[in-house]
Design a protein around this ligand. Structure first.
Ligand code: SF4
Length: 406
């Protein structure tokens, strides 16, 4: 087995992941008429675009303010820019948004957007309002489909079609803000309806790190959307070499899709475990920068009846994460068409949560949100442009004899 802290090997592995990710690059962010998309450019790239049309660097800063603070998409409404330059900008550039191909609102006010991008590919974005306060989380997708085939996840039945570009990732948040009239951006930490980003939608964000990192850097920029890094959570199934890099470069909150505490079971539920087993994953969590009691790592644990919900599982979980500033989100399984699992019973979840809490970890049980519109955790899926994947029939995972049933 690889040693988790062998730097050369980790560097080589990172390079391999980035090269593989590049095979699924999004199409160029431009219109057929050649106009360049400005959303998704870094500050320096925006300055380069201004230089290319012989405009001064301060124009980039002006545009940044209009695009990311004011949410403006029309150059002719940028009142601090003179008319001739407005026209010139409109001839060369565009400030776009993904098109909302459909919008569904759940009985619990969760809203699911199906966003269509310029090449016709689609991904889902979910807004989950806080039931008690005027704020909520926007769950963004990072890929169309996913390579990882986690067994409990609907997205995992859809082949990876391509990565989303930075414009498409931050664009999901901006389009959701449009829908709720949330411009201009608040300064500082003023809570708003769309107050946090969670990268927990379709795809594995760390298999599209270049675009995810760029999009989140834009979202965190203090002169634009200005979301604090504490208001962004990146969820990974455990792409260990990229966790270090994301921690060092972005410093956002980390969530880990754990779901099993033994390698044999996690190999089945989260096949990525065969590459980065639990010991390496936990070691990467222990060295994740900035983790503290104020900024705990979240372990996501989907509760599957008779599969991973025993007393022994709970005890092993506690042993594994001992000493990590962590909380455990227990997620009752959200069924989807064709899924083969059942949700753990209330008594099993309560017992599991009790053991974890007695060990000193918060273990909230996530209330399913948006189940009626297939917007809950693990239920997202679009058809993309490839034929849907038909998984070979497999024997159901066997419950272990030691399990306790409600
Ligand atoms: S849980 Fe995440 S990583 Fe796993 S298949 Fe679903 S979208 Fe992909």
């Amino acid at each position: 087995m690889r040693h988790p802290q062998t730097p050369d090997l980790t560097e080589a592995e990172r390079a391999r992941i980035l090269a593989k990710s590049a095979l699924f690059d999004p199409p160029p962010a431009a219109l057929a008429d050649g106009r360049r998309e400005l959303v998704g450019l870094s500050r320096s790239e925006l300055a380069e675009e201004m230089a290319a049309i012989s405009e001064a660097p301060f124009r980039a800063r002006q545009l940044w303010h209009w695009i990311y603070h004011r949410g403006e998409t029309d150059f002719s409404r940028m009142s601090s820019i003179a008319r001739p330059l407005q026209r010139k900008l409109a001839e060369c550039f565009v400030i776009g948004r993904p098109e909302a191909a459909s919008v569904q609102t759940s009985a619990d006010a969760t809203r699911k957007f199906l966003f269509r991008f310029r090449d016709g590919q689609e991904a889902e974005t979910v807004y989950i309002p806080d039931p008690h306060e005027d704020r909520g989380a926007v769950c963004l997708s990072s890929q169309v489909g996913c390579t990882l085939s986690c067994r409990f996840c609907h997205t995992g039945t859809q082949l990876l079609t391509r990565n989303l570009g930075a414009a498409e990732i931050v664009g999901q948040f901006m389009a959701a803000r449009d829908a709720y009239g949330e411009w201009p951006s608040p300064k500082g930490e003023t809570p708003r309806l769309l107050s946090t980003i969670v990268l927990m939608g379709m795809g594995e964000p760390l298999y599209n790190y270049a675009n995810v990192g760029k999009a989140m850097t834009i979202a965190m920029d203090g002169e634009g959307i200005a979301l604090s890094r504490r208001r962004i959570t990146l969820s990974t199934s455990g792409v260990v070499p990229m966790m270090d890099r994301a921690g060092a470069e972005l410093g956002v909150n980390l969530a880990v899709s754990l779901h099993a505490v033994r390698n044999d079971l996690r190999d089945e539920l989260v096949p990525l475990n065969r590459k980065y087993p639990i010991e390496e994953l936990i070691a990467a969590c222990r060295r994740y920068p900035g983790a503290s009691n104020a900024r705990r790592i979240t372990f996501e644990y989907v509760m599957l009846k008779g599969v991973n919900d025993s007393v022994a599982d709970a005890r092993e979980l506690v042993r594994l994460i001992a000493g990590i500033p962590a909380k455990i989100n227990l997620i009752p399984f959200n069924p989807w068409p064709g899924s083969r699992f059942e949700t753990s019973g209330a008594a099993a979840i309560e017992r599991f949560a009790g053991i974890v809490m007695d060990a000193g970890f918060a273990s909230p049980v996530r209330t399913p949100r948006g189940r009626d519109i297939l917007a809950a955790c693990g239920q997202l899926r679009t058809e993309g442009r490839r034929p849907p994947v038909h998984l070979p029939a497999r024997a159901p995972l066997r419950a272990r004899p030691a399990r306790l049933q409600p």
